[in-house]
Design a protein around this ligand. Structure first.
Ligand code: WT7
Length: 649
């Protein structure tokens, strides 16, 4: 039996969110499953500010998804920024909306809802001046500055579609994304700041745009004042364009199902896909889950320390919290700068009540020693969240006991870029936790586990995790390629959304995510396709062939293990490994690094030429004794060489 952690008293008492206790969780789950359309329509009406209130709930089903996207609240008309800004002005105008902590401790900006509204209006006016219109795409390539959130909201205010590209991505990756969505405007900054270092965002943007014709304007926010190149006629300073613009702007009313943003994510192929989220359903889902799961209370200081370049930043720094009128922290730095006490220093200084971070950070901080935590007053903390990858029970307990001193709920939130928001997770005041388990599905979420013969598992068991029923926050399509959306998520199990994750359900009906079962690896919560690495490695002159798999990594969750076959006449070396990683960095980004290289004489292939990744995974995982049947291999002798030459950290 695994440990059970009941809801702590201070979380149970005073819970005011939509799911304050277990009884309500059960009741809402029953109602949402009996009548999803009506249940979420009611939520949509009360949660969002509408120009035209919707009368429709859900249209479409997973069975006819190839005909066209699912739709929620399809006849509603709104602008999401009115839900996030305008309607808070009377009741919360002077409340801090964005609390920004820069790279250096105590480098702080506080932006009230009134100020944020004015800034978003100014920026919307400036973007309009640059020619941005409803439905057009704007790429954001920025660091963690308030202007990133302001730019997202300004796009939304115009009905334009933003696509934020994480600031660690390379020029090539940025160019691919700009091309894929056909963006006309890019918003960036001179440099980013992170961990005491500068990140050359404008220089990378310049490199990405070299020879490109589609992008007409580049709006540049000045963060550091560092030296940058300037293209006359194309580049525009943020402080000039936005500074001169009017602080009033009439939000453009759009359809509930208009795209709000595109976010590129990695899948099984080398080409990232542009996941499309739409306005109303996404906002209903993020606001509902943000309020319920974290048990958000009016006076809370809420801190999600993710990056806006990932879905966590979109949903739980910007849209969910602002829709709920929360004070949301934006953090420019890293958990280890200037030292491993940074989070707890911030908790003390800002009196943070809710902290949301990733298992990787938790493991790294636990390894740094308790003294960094104990030095600071954490008595304000009430809810501790984790997201991005499975959390091991030891790290979970350290988070709950050492950081939270047993007073805080820990919510291990399972979800994905594609789900828009939380799906399987404890609800802080309602669900008892078990360390390592994402616990129970939220109301309206119907998980199903399929065994290796695609049969539904009832009761306890382990299998591939699918979801049975549409929910408002789900991604509607892949930008420009609905067929790819259908085949990726609904191809394997028609009528069901396949998550790509493996999962176990225990005797209590609790869910335990076991990790990806597809060719996606999750390094420090950064999702990357093995195919992206393979494409990069294959482009290295000395490399004949490469296969990449994940392996368990003590801090990063998963590490990257690359098997490479070299061209005749070449042999492995430290220099070659550095060159291969340099190529990964250039083609993918700064976060793409192979941890272990193994030069092999050949890859294990079936007679039809398919690489048997199962074998490669087992060796990388350090379990060569569990290789299973290798008799179908074209050349079984390569296996021995692979096993003998296996690398470890
Ligand atoms: C994949 C999605 C969700 C926002 C950040 C990552 C893994 C996510 C958990 C969790 C176990 C988790 C899954 C999922 N994952 N949260 N609480 N426990 N695994 O979003 O980049 O779209 O990655 O992250 O494998 O499929 P993403």
């Amino acid at each position: 039996m695994s440990d059970r952690f009941p809801v702590p008293d201070r979380v149970r008492h005073g819970a005011s969110g939509p799911i304050p206790d277990l009884a309500t969780h059960r009741e809402l789950s029953a109602r949402a499953i009996a009548n999803p359309s009506g249940f979420w329509l009611d939520e949509a009406k009360v949660r969002l500010a509408w120009h035209t209130e919707p009368t429709l709930g859900l249209k479409g089903s997973f069975h006819d998804i190839q005909e066209g996207p699912i739709s929620w609240f399809g006849d509603g008309v709104l602008n999401v920024t009115e839900s996030c800004l305008d309607r808070h002005l009377d009741s919360r105008g002077e409340k801090v909306a964005i609390l920004w902590e820069g790279d250096e401790p105590n480098e702080i900006r506080r932006i009230t809802y009134r100020e944020l509204h004015a800034e978003v209006c100014r920026t919307a006016n400036a973007l309009q001046e640059l020619g941005v219109k409803r439905g057009e795409r704007v790429i954001l390539y920025m660091g963690m500055v308030p202007e990133a959130a302001i730019a997202m909201l300004a796009c939304a205010r115009l009905g334009a579609i933003h696509s934020v590209v994480f600031g660690g991505f390379s020029a090539e990756a940025l160019r691919d994304r700009i091309r894929d969505c056909g963006a006309q405007v890019v918003i960036t900054q001179d440099e980013g700041r992170r961990g005491g270092r500068s990140v050359p965002l404008k220089a990378v943007t310049d490199a990405a745009l070299e020879g490109e014709r589609g992008v007409e304007k580049v709006l540049v926010f000045r963060r550091t004042g560092g030296e940058i190149d300037w293209t006359e006629g194309r580049d525009v300073w943020w402080h000039e364009a936005v500074g001169e613009a009017s602080a009033t702007h009439q939000a453009v009313p759009v359809g509930a199902e208009d795209p709000l943003f595109i976010l590129y994510t990695s899948g099984s192929t080398g080409r990232p896909k542009g996941v499309v989220h739409t306005c109303a359903g996404y906002l209903v889902w993020t606001s509902f889950t943000h309020e319920a799961v974290f048990d958000l209370r009016e006076g809370d200081v809420y801190a999600c320390v993710a990056d806006v370049g990932w879905i966590t930043g979109h949903s739980y720094i910007v849209y969910g919290p602002l829709c709920n009128g929360a004070t949301t922290l934006m953090f420019e730095s890293t958990p280890l700068y200037p030292d491993a006490g940074r989070y707890w220093d911030m908790v003390e200084r800002h009196r943070i009540n809710i902290l949301y971070t990733a298992p990787t950070a938790i493991r790294a901080l636990a390894a740094a020693g308790d003294a960094f935590v104990e030095k600071y007053d954490r008595s304000s903390l009430r809810v501790l969240g984790t997201v991005g990858e499975p959390i091991n029970p030891d790290a979970w307990k350290w988070y709950a006991r050492t950081v939270g001193e047993g007073r805080c709920a820990v919510v291990d939130t399972w979800w994905q870029t594609e789900t828009g928001g939380h799906m399987i997770t404890p609800v802080a005041p309602a669900i008892a936790a078990k360390p390592g388990s994402a616990t129970l599905p939220l109301p309206g979420v119907m998980p199903v586990l399929l065994d290796e013969r695609d049969r539904v598992i009832h009761g306890p068991g382990e299998g591939r995790l699918c979801l049975e029923m549409p929910w408002p926050g789900m991604a509607r399509t892949v930008w420009g390629d609905h067929a790819r959306y259908v085949s990726t998520y609904f191809g394997l199990f028609p009528g069901r959304y396949f998550t790509g994750d493996g999962c176990r359900r225990d005797d209590d009906g609790y869910y335990w995510i076991t990790g990806r079962v597809d060719d996606v690896i999750n390094v420090s919560g950064h999702r990357m396709g093995t195919a992206e690495f393979e494409a990069a490695l294959n482009s290295v002159e000395e490399v004949a062939e490469a296969a990449v798999v994940g392996f368990p990594h003590p801090i990063k969750g998963q590490g990257v293990y690359a098997y490479v076959v070299l061209q005749p006449g070449f042999s492995g070396s430290v220099e070659l490994e550095a060159a291969m990683n340099k190529t990964c960095r250039a083609q993918i980004g700064a976060h793409a690094k192979v941890d272990l290289f193994q030069v092999v004489p050949g890859l294990p292939k079936t007679r039809s030429g398919k690489v048997m990744r199962r074998i490669l995974r087992k060796v990388a995982e350090g379990e060569p004794e569990k290789l299973g049947d290798v008799s179908t291999l074209a050349d079984p002798s390569v296996v021995q060489a692979i096993v003998e030459g296996a690398r470890t950290l």
